[in-house]
Design a protein around this ligand. Structure first.
Ligand code: ADP
Ligand code: 5GP
Length: 198
């Protein structure tokens, strides 16, 4: 289905992806739509089933993957995550710009599909700041935190690969990073705003 190009946002856990995309969804209501992933991790306080994620058991998720219902899926920090075809179609059916928040394995797998999104990497200013943000967020056990920091080291190395991302944003000052994100998406935003709705 022809429509606006989707947007992939990736980067280490704690870099600020959710914070930035929530700002975007709020400011541009009716322009962007979030692709709600499936995960086997437990919901954090304040997260809503069907809004932040579809929270499922491993058995349910594996059965759906085996059934060909996912565009991509990965194991991150000991939990399964994946983008279902239905999640992306639900957003595209409304002619909205579909935003996917996925890890590096997801980025590599999406590159093998015909989704053709804009790839944006959100990076922290430093590992020290990343650790501070993850600790201050108070959502992770020490074990989960260490796993995420290990994954972040790998992510930060891999994200240097030339051409992997269209835009790399260092999220130091939030307003500044958000400005850069909007700038990167301006063309697509204009297209959606200029498309008359049925
Ligand atoms: P991600 O979705 O990438 O895992 P979050 O959006 O949850 O990251 O951000 C991690 C934590 O860092 C959150 O507590 C968030 O409020 C905070 N945060 C995000 N951006 C900034 C920033 N620019 N400066 C300071 N703290 C930030
Ligand atoms: P969190 O548990 O912090 O919400 O997410 C952990 C990591 O999983 C983040 O890097 C996030 O981008 C990634 N993630 C979330 N949903 C998906 C998905 O559907 N597919 C993939 N590959 N990664 C995902």
């Amino acid at each position: 289905m022809a429509g606006p190009r989707p947007v992939v946002m990736s980067g280490p856990s704690g870099a600020g992806k959710s914070t930035l995309l929530k700002k975007l969804l709020k400011e541009f209501d009716g322009v962007f739509g979030f692709s709600v992933s499936h995960t086997t991790r437990n919901p954090r306080p304040g997260e809503e089933n069907g809004k932040d994620y579809h929270y499922v058991t491993r058995e349910t998720m594996q059965a759906a993957i085996d059934n060909g219902e996912f565009i991509e899926n990965a194991v991150f920090s000991g939990n399964m995550y994946g983008t279902s075809k239905a999640a992306v179609q639900a957003v595209q059916a409304k002619n909205l710009i579909c935003i996917l928040d996925i890890d590096m394995q997801g980025v590599k797998n999406i590159k093998r599909t015909d989704l053709d999104p804009i790839y944006i990497s959100i990076q922290p200013p430093s590992m020290q700041e990343l650790e501070k943000r993850l600790r201050d967020r108070k959502t992770e056990s020490e074990e989960s935190l260490q796993r995420r920091l290990n994954a972040a080291n790998v992510d930060m190395e891999l994200s240097k690969e030339p051409g992997l991302f269209d835009v790399v944003i260092i999220n130091q000052d939030l307003d500044n990073a958000y400005g850069k994100l909007k700038e990167a998406l301006l063309e697509e935003i204009k297209k959606v705003k200029n498309t008359p709705t049925a």
